[in-house]
Design a protein around this ligand. Structure first.
Ligand code: NAD
Ligand code: DAU
Length: 352
């Protein structure tokens, strides 16, 4: 048996491979284009016959056909995406290429493969699409959290491209009967998180004595989920999710960005105090807001809890402590990913 995953040299995907291989003995084949966000050091499985890496693009139908015919997977999980909202504002075209056209191509390739499977394998096959809560738009402070029935109102080029991909996945089920599952998750954090996103960026800037950039007033709210909890949820949806259904995944951890940064600074004060005896929170700096910045996301995760028995195992406080410990213990990884291209991005986004 084999499972195909796409984009698993990135943050969530690499955590998923670690989770999957510690709970299964199946072959897992990872197709990743290795963009700036993909890093093979996230996955050190040399000599382990259960893991195969293929450098490739989900938009490459010839490659996909060859791999599907050769390995005959029982499932395809699509993690591959351009995932950073700020980058989508600077340059949306890669987001359309991968998130929309790439997903379209993947669906078509998988459909062609699935259609010709023998009946029992065809019935058991699953296509799981990993998506985001951002497709639902933004909430006011008194709105209920996003349920699966919430209409889509994406506001950034990133969320619009993910919404488009979700719609394609839905349509491939309704029109062609492809057995799909979609998950919409809130903000993840944890090991291997690329330091362009809030938590790892603030953590590394704090340690480097740099400003901790807060967009606008810092009162935007996100729901935070430790990445391993997300990976467990995906594995559970793959195992027991109802074909054609969508599952929202969240941590019941709504926090303002300022609260997140203050919590992170407090953990750092304890685990790696500043040499000058001052507090890391003194490095907080308010910077220009993100254009079109969504004010609040919140997830109603009752469906996956009720139907599939999944619940997050980490609180924000335990998860953030594990995350800080991981970054402190993995300085070599940090140095590897904060190379020239990373520095160029930071210069473009935050100025000198
Ligand atoms: P990431 O940016 O860290 O990793 C994306 C990976 O996809 C990289 O390894 C990259 O090389 C690969 N990739 C990009 N374009 C590709 C292509 N055309 N073909 C093959 N591989 C390609 O992203 P992430 O944070 O790990 O997110 C993974 C998925 O989860 C995405 O679909 C994202 O929308 C979704 N998601 C992320 C979060 C979050 O908080 N990070 C929350 C909910 C959902
Ligand atoms: O909600 C799920 C989404 O979470 C995923 O779909 C995306 O792939 C993922 O990147 C994430 O999107 P966000 O835009 O919420 O994450 P980011 O870490 O970029 O920002 C989190 C919040 O922090 C957001 O309100 C913007 C703010 N922020 C971010 C950065 C990078 C700052 O205030 N300063 C910063 O420097």
């Amino acid at each position: 048996m084999a499972v195909f995953v796409t984009g698993c040299a990135g943050f969530i995907g690499s955590n998923f491979v670690h989770y999957f291989l510690s709970h299964n003995n199946e072959l897992i084949l990872n197709i990743d284009k290795l963009t700036y966000a993909g890093n093979l050091e996230n996955l050190n499985y040399e000599g382990d016959g259960r893991y195969v890496f293929v450098h490739g693009d989900i938009a490459d139908e010839v490659l996909l056909k060859q791999l599907l015919d050769k390995h005959k997977p029982r499932a395809v999980l699509n993690f591959a995406a351009e995932s950073h909202v700020d980058r989508s504002i600077h340059g949306p075209s890669d987001f359309i290429e991968t998130n929309v056209l790439g997903t379209f191509n993947l669906l078509e390739s998988v459909r062609a493969y699935w259609q010709d499977l023998p009946a029992a394998e065809k019935d058991a096959f699953r296509f799981l699409h990993v998506s985001t809560d951002e497709v639902y738009g933004t909430l006011s402070p008194t709105d209920p959290p996003f349920a699966e029935t919430k209409n889509y109102e994406p506001n950034s080029p990133y969320s619009a491209s993910k919404a488009a991909s979700d719609h394609l996945v839905r349509a491939w089920h309704h029109t062609y009967g492809l057995p799909v599952l979609t998950t919409n998750c809130s903000n993840n954090y944890g090991p291997y998180h690329f330091p362009e996103k809030l938590i790892p960026l603030v953590l590394l800037n704090a340690l480097a004595g740099k400003p901790l950039p807060i967009y606008g007033d810092g009162q935007q709210v996100r729901d935070w989920l430790y990445v391993e909890d997300h990976c467990r949820a995906i594995a559970r949806v793959l195992e027991a999710g109802k074909v054609g259904e969508t599952y929202n995944i969240g941590g019941w951890n709504e926090k303002t960005n300022l609260e997140v940064v203050h919590t992170l600074c407090a953990v750092l004060d304890e685990l790696k105090p500043r040499e000058d005896g001052k507090r890391y929170a003194e490095q907080i700096t308010y910077v220009k807001d993100r254009p079109g910045h969504d004010r609040r996301y919140a997830i109603d995760a009752r469906k996956i809890e009720r139907d599939l028995g999944w619940k997050p195992q980490e609180t924000f406080e335990t998860g953030i402590r594990k995350t800080v410990q991981w970054y402190l213990a993995n300085q070599a990884w940090v140095e590897g990913v904060t190379s020239g291209a990373y520095r160029q991005w930071v210069g473009k986004q935050y100025g000198a």
